[in-house]
Design a protein around this ligand. Structure first.
Ligand SMILES: Nc1ncnc2c1ncn2[C@@H]1O[C@H](COP(=O)(O)OP(=O)(O)OP(=O)(O)O)[C@@H](O)[C@H]1O
Length: 629
C-alpha cells in the first residue's frame, strides 16, 4: 500500500482583510519566509475510487473513455485537497500520474466557476519547463475538455510565437493557459497579456515539473509573474524529486501549502518507479557501440526503446552505426525545429518506430561546453558556418510521457542522480512496467556509484538496486566484435558532421513546408517518417542478418523470452502506441498522398529507404526468418 506523507497546516487561508493579505504574502514572498509551523504526519492512503474523491461525473466518464479507472496514489491524496482549495506541493515519483492529479480538480473547479464572473485574462496558468511538455499538457487538458463536453477553452503559448499569433490564441478568452515561464514576461512586453488583468482574473497557478523550472533558468521569469499573483490564487507545485529549487519555489509562490510526499515502501522515500527493473553493463567507452549492437541486434531487450546519449554528434554516430546493421532509429534533440520535435514524439508514441535516440538537458549543457571549446579552436570557421542554435526550452526527458517505452538505455550516463531518475522514469509509467540498461565506462563509474548509493539509501547501502544485465553473455558480445569495430571505423567524424547538417536542413525544410499542410491535414503527420536512413547505401546483408551460429544458446534463450513477452503483450509486429493510432497498414496504404512526395529533393534516405521499407522495419523480420530456417 502506498503511503503519503502529509504536512497539513492549520489554516491554509487566514481570514484577514484582503489588502492585508496581499501585503502579508508579498512580504513573505520577498523574505522567502516559511509561513506557519508545519506538522509532519503520515497517513495511509485509502484505496478510493474517483467517485469517492468527489470528482464530477463528467470527468469520471471522460477518464473511463480514456481507459483510466482507478486513481493512482498521488491522485488519491492530492485531488481532495485541491478540491478543498488548498495550495498543494505534491512530490511523487516519475510516471505516477501527477498531471491528472492537478488537471482533474482544476477542471472541476473551473466547471463551477465558469460564467460566474466576467474575466479579462485566463483563470488558470499551467507553467511547464519545456515546449514539449507544454504540448503534452495542452493535449491532455484539451482532450478532457472535449470528452466532458463543457464550455471551457485551453490554449498553449510558446515563446517562438509572434505577438499576433499569441493575440489570436487568446482572443476567445480561454480559461486555461499552458505555457513556459519565459513566455509570460514576453506576453507582458508585447502587450499580449495585461498584468493588471491577471491579478484580477487568476484563480489557479500550477508549476509542473517544479524541480526543473529553476534549473532551466526561469527564476527571473517566475519572479516577474509572482508579483502579479493575487492572494486568493490557489497554487499547486508538482515535482518528481525534492531539491533546494523546489523549496525555493515553494517559499516564493505558495501560501501555507499542504505538502504531499508519496512513499512507496516502509521508510524509504523512493523517487524511482518500483516497476522499472534497473540493469547495468560495465564496458569501455569504445565498446559501447559493440554492446548496444548486441542488445538491439540480438533482441535481448524489449522494444520500444529510448536511448539517451550526451551529445548530438554521438546521436548521429549511433544512428549511422546502427543503420549499417539494418536497425532504423530516429533522433530527437534541441537543435531540431519545434515542429519536427513534436512530430517525432508523436510518431514514437504512436508506435511508428521502435528506437529513439535522444539527448536531454544535461546533454545540451555538454554540447554547449563542447561548442565553446571548439569555438576557441575554430572560432572563425564556425561563425561562418553559422552553428545551429539549441532551443533553450527543449526538454524531452522530464515530464514527457513517452507511451509504451519498455526499455531505456543510457548509452552515455547522465550527469546527475536526478537526470538518471528522470531518464529511467520514461518507462514503467503509471501501472505499466519497464526496464533500464546503463552502459557504464570506467570514467563514468564514480557518477554511477553516486546514483547507486542514492537509490539504495543510507540504511541499505549494500542493496543492489541496479543489477548486472543478465541476458547477454560475453561470447555473444564477442561474436559481434569484429563486425562492430569494422563498421565503427567507417562512421567517421566527417560522416557524422555531414549527416547532422543534412538532417537539420531536411528537418527545417520539412518543418516549414509541411506546417500548413499538416495544419489542414493533421492525420497526414504519420506520413513523414523520422527514422529514415541517413546513409545513401543500404546495409550489407552480412551485417543486417547475424547468423544464428554466432549467438550462444543462453543469449538465444534470452532473446526468445523477450520475443515471447512481446508477443504476449500483443506487440509482436510493432510496439503499439496510443489507442486508436496503431493502424499502420492503413497509414501505409495512404502513401499515394504523401505530402513529401512533392519535394523529393529534401527527403532523407534515398534508395535505401525503399528496400528497407518492404522487407522489415528494423531488420528484425529478416533475422527472425533466418533463425527459423
Ligand atoms: N489513474 C491512472 N490510471 C492509469 N494510468 C494513468 C492514471 N493516471 C495517469 N495515468 C497515465 O500515466 C502516465 C504517466 O502520467 P503523468 O505523465 O501524469 O506522470 P507524472 O507523474 O507527471 O510523471 P513525470 O514526473 O515523469 O512527469 C500517462 O500516460 C497517464 O495517462
Amino acid at each position: 500500500m502506498a503511503k503519503t506523507k502529509f504536512k497539513p497546516v492549520e489554516d491554509a487561508k487566514p481570514e484577514v482583510e484582503e489588502a492585508e493579505k496581499v501585503e502579508e504574502v508579498e512580504e513573505q514572498r520577498d523574505a522567502g519566509e516559511e509561513e506557519s509551523e508545519v506538522v509532519e504526519e503520515e497517513e495511509e492512503v485509502a484505496d478510493k475510487s474517483f467517485e469517492e474523491l468527489g470528482l464530477d461525473p463528467r470527468l469520471i466518464r471522460a477518464l473511463t473513455k480514456k481507459g483510466i479507472e482507478k486513481p493512482t496514489p498521488i491522485q488519491q491524496s492530492a485531488i481532495p485537497f485541491i478540491l478543498e482549495g488548498k495550495d498543494v506541493v505534491a512530490r511523487a515519483k516519475t510516471g505516477s500520474g501527477k498531471t491528472l492529479a492537478y488537471l482533474l480538480p482544476l477542471l472541476q473547479k473551473l466547471f463551477s466557476d465558469s460564467g460566474s464572473k466576467k474575466k479579462s485574462a485566463p483563470s488558470a496558468f499551467v507553467l511547464v519547463p519545456s515546449r514539449e511538455l507544454c504540448q503534452q499538457v495542452y493535449t491532455e487538458v484539451s482532450s478532457l475538455i472535449e470528452l466532458c463536453r463543457v464550455q471551457l477553452k485551453a490554449v498553449q503559448l510558446t515563446s517562438s510565437m509572434t505577438p499576433s499569433d499569441m493575440r489570436n490564441a487568446l482572443a476567445g478568452l480561454p480559461e486555461i493557459l499552458v505555457t513556459t515561464p519565459a513566455c509570460i514576461p514576453k506576453c507582458f512586453a508585447d502587450g499580449v497579456l495585461d498584468p493588471a488583468a491577471i491579478t484580477d482574473s487568476l484563480e489557479f497557478l500550477v508549476l509542473d515539473e517544479a524541480d526543473l523550472l529553476l534549473s532551466y533558468g526561469y527564476e527571473d521569469n517566475l519572479r516577474s509573474v509572482t508579483s502579479k499573483i493575487p492572494r486568493r490564487c490557489q497554487c499547486l507545485l508538482m515535482s518528481a524529486t525534492t531539491s533546494s529549487d523546489v523549496e525555493k519555489l515553494k517559499k516564493l509562490i505558495l501560501h501555507n501549502p499542504v505538502v504531499l510526499t508519496l512513499q512507496e515502501g516502509a521508510d524509504k522515500e523512493e523517487a524511482v518507479p518500483s516497476n522499472v527493473q534497473q540493469f547495468w553493463i560495465s564496458c569501455s567507452a569504445q565498446d559501447k557501440l559493440l554492446y548496444i549492437l548486441a542488445l538491439l541486434k540480438l533482441e535481448v531487450v524489449q522494444k520500444k526503446i529510448l536511448i539517451f546519449i550526451n551529445t548530438i554528434d554521438m546521436g548521429f554516430k549511433l544512428k549511422l552505426f546502427l543503420e549499417k546493421f539494418g536497425i532504423k532509429s530516429a533522433i530527437l534533440n534541441g537543435e531540431l525545429p519545434q515542429n519536427s520535435r513534436l512530430h517525432i514524439l508523436e510518431q514514437f508514441n504512436a508506435g511508428l518506430f521502435d528506437y529513439l535516440i535522444a539527448t536531454d538537458e544535461n546533454s545540451q549543457a555538454k554540447e554547449a561546453e563542447e561548442a565553446k571549446g571548439e569555438d576557441n579552436k575554430e572560432n572563425k570557421k564556425n561563425k561562418r558556418r553559422g552553428k545551429p542554435k539549441l532551443d533553450a526550452e527543449f526538454g524531452v526527458v522530464r515530464g514527457i510521457d513517452f507511451k509504451k517505452v519498455h526499455t531505456v538505455i543510457n548509452y552515455d550516463m547522465p550527469q546527475s542522480v536526478t537526470g538518471y531518475i528522470h531518464r529511467i522514469g520514461r518507462t514503467g509509467r503509471a501501472y505499466s512496467s519497464g526496464s533500464s540498461v546503463s552502459l557504464v565506462s570506467p570514467d563514468e563509474m564514480e557518477g554511477f556509484e553516486e546514483i547507486k548509493a542514492f537509490l539504495s539509501g543510507e540504511e541499505d547501502k549494500d542493496t543492489n538496486i541496479i543489477t548486472p544485465f543478465p541476458s547477454l553473455t560475453e561470447n555473444a558480445v564477442e561474436s559481434l566484435r569484429y563486425r562492430a569495430e569494422d563498421v565503427s571505423k567507417s562512421v567517421t567524424k566527417i560522416a557524422v558532421r555531414e549527416s547532422r547538417a543534412q538532417d537539420l536542413r531536411n528537418e527545417i525544410i520539412n518543418s516549414e513546408k509541411l506546417k500548413s499542410h499538416f495544419e489542414a491535414n493533421p492525420r497526414d503527420l504519420d506520413l513523414l517518417k523520422h527514422d529514415k536512413p541517413l546513409s545513401k547505401t543500404a546495409p550489407a546483408p552480412h551485417l543486417k542478418n547475424i547468423p544464428e551460429y554466432l549467438v550462444d544458446a543462453k543469449t538465444q534463450e534470452a532473446s526468445k523470452m523477450v520475443k515471447l513477452a512481446r508477443a504476449a503483450m500483443g506487440n509482436s509486429r510493432r510496439s503499439g502506441g496510443g489507442a486508436g493510432r496503431n493502424n499502420n497498414n492503413k497509414k501505409r496504404s495512404r502513401k499515394g498522398s504523401d505530402p513529401l512526395k512533392t519535394f523529393n529533393g529534401s527527403k532523407r534516405g534515398h534508395g535505401g529507404q525503399k528496400k528497407d521499407g518492404k522487407g522489415s522495419s528494423d531488420g528484425s523480420t529478416k533475422l527472425k526468418k533466418q533463425k527459423t530456417v
